[in-house]
Design a protein around this ligand. Structure first.
Ligand code: PMP
Length: 417
């Protein structure tokens, strides 16, 4: 265990200011101040994001790309401006490489059905890891069932670390795509994605990275990573629900057929023949989530104003503190102890079910996730039905970790263990 680095915490005045940017943190639950430690499921929204959506509906609401009138122009400018903002945030080479979708899940399904399915033959392989979220498993199972391809799974060790040597061996002649989480939602493991991408590319295999749990915690740079596809959700990076991003290299998007048909994704339509729109609009059939895109751009402005490196350092310090304190409690076993971790602490109480722990914590005002975290194969790998997961965001403090510790001593009181 690395010693805790106190200087990595935000200084108190700055941190208090950032906390005060999130109105919901003033809520009380069960008469107690809210301690929100379920950021892996979704993050809270700063006032600037709420205001950006409100301002859009108050002053600019109209459909995009369609009207000649002023409001439609404003809405289109704001929507396309949001795309450019996101491209900058992830350092995409071109703005057209950003496709708006509902979230990570939809992004992965889009890649599965449009980029991968047409290239799959019976016996071909898709490679994933044993720590994936269901969103990065089931779309591949569907596409395998549709084509006769097979899903191959790279194992993880007891700390929740990917076995890179096995991974290298599993990247074979028949591998058509490798799909890995950047950060595991159930374990917190940060995967060496740059190395994984290099390995796969050496064998000519394109890579999709599920960035749902990375985008709010780590610097993410599409050009430095050289990944083919990167998916994330707005709601996990202080933005709205219902909006997310598929980043894909332009040449992949150009080669992919549309996934859904409808308005906006066409250039011209006759009953005989339809010509599709240019990228990225070819993949955005129907009226998009305009307010969501604008809210997401505001969220990224917010994150950039603080600095993702400062956020990551703060969360790393919180994680180190929580790991040391909670790991030392009797009956507690940490699940996920990889060397490289983001702000996720999963654990089980050896004698009390995770749901009971979660319920007692809730009554203390502490919001955590208890369950399988949509990663049932991870639970099977560790032989547990569920874990309790505390996951950190930029507004969490040492006091929040201490509240979690007090809640866990309540569990001990209630259950006598
Ligand atoms: N992948 C990972 C690693 C996740 O943590 C999540 C959300 N828990 C998803 C995918 C799915 O994200 P969404 O539900 O926003 O589509």
């Amino acid at each position: 265990m690395k010693p805790i680095e106190p200087l990595a915490f935000f200084d108190d005045s700055a941190h208090a200011r950032w906390r005060s940017d999130f109105p919901i943190l003033e809520e009380r639950v069960h008469g107690k101040p809210l301690v929100y430690l379920d950021n892996g499921a979704t993050t809270q929204k700063p006032a600037s994001v709420i205001e950006a959506e409100r301002a859009y509906y108050l002053h600019s609401n109209a459909n995009v790309h369609r009207g000649v009138h002023e409001l439609s122009q404003r809405a289109t400018d704001a929507y396309e401006g949001a795309r450019a903002r996101i491209a900058r945030f992830v350092n995409a080479a071109r703005t057209e490489e950003i496709v708006f979708v509902r979230g990570t899940t939809e992004a992965i399904n889009l890649v599965a059905q449009s980029a991968v399915r047409p290239r799959l033959q019976p016996g071909d392989e898709i490679l994933v890891s044993a720590m994936e979220h269901h969103s990065n498993i089931v779309p591949w199972q569907l596409v395998c069932a549709q084509t006769g391809a097979q899903l191959k799974v790279v194992p993880i060790d007891d700390s929740g670390t990917l076995d890179m040597a096995v991974c290298e061996r599993m990247l074979g002649e028949r591998t058509r795509l490798a799909a890995f989480a950047h950060v595991s939602n159930a374990l917190g493991t940060i995967n060496p994605v740059k190395q994984l991408i290099e390995l796969a590319h050496r064998r000519g295999v394109p890579v999709l990275i599920d960035g749902a749990q990375a985008i709010a915690h780590l610097r993410v740079d599409m050009q430095a990573l050289d990944c083919d596809f990167y998916a994330f959700s707005g709601h996990k990076v202080y933005g709205p629900t219902g909006i997310g991003v598929l980043y894909a290299k332009a040449r992949h998007l150009e080669a992919m057929p549309p996934w859904q048909g409808g308005g906006d994704m066409i250039r011209s339509v006759t009953f005989e023949q339809t010509e599709y729109n240019a990228i990225p609009w070819k993949f955005e059939a129907g009226t998009p989530n305009i307010a969501g895109a604008i809210g997401l751009a505001a969220a990224l402005d917010y994150v950039d104003a603080i600095g993702i490196d400062a956020i990551g350092a703060h969360e790393a310090a919180l994680l180190a503190h929580a790991t040391q304190a909670i790991g030392a409690l009797p009956h507690i076993r940490l699940i996920g102890t990889a060397r490289e971790k983001a702000g996720v602490l999963s654990f089980v109480h050896e004698e009390v079910h995770a749901h009971d722990v979660g319920t007692i914590l809730d009554h203390e005002g502490v919001a955590v996730r208890a369950g399988h975290h949509c990663a049932m194969p991870v639970m099977q790998r560790f032989g547990v039905p569920a874990t309790v997961r505390a996951s950190f965001g930029l507004y969490n403090t040492r006091a929040d970790v201490d509240a979690l510790l007090r809640g866990l001593s309540k569990v001990q009181e209630v259950f006598g263990r």
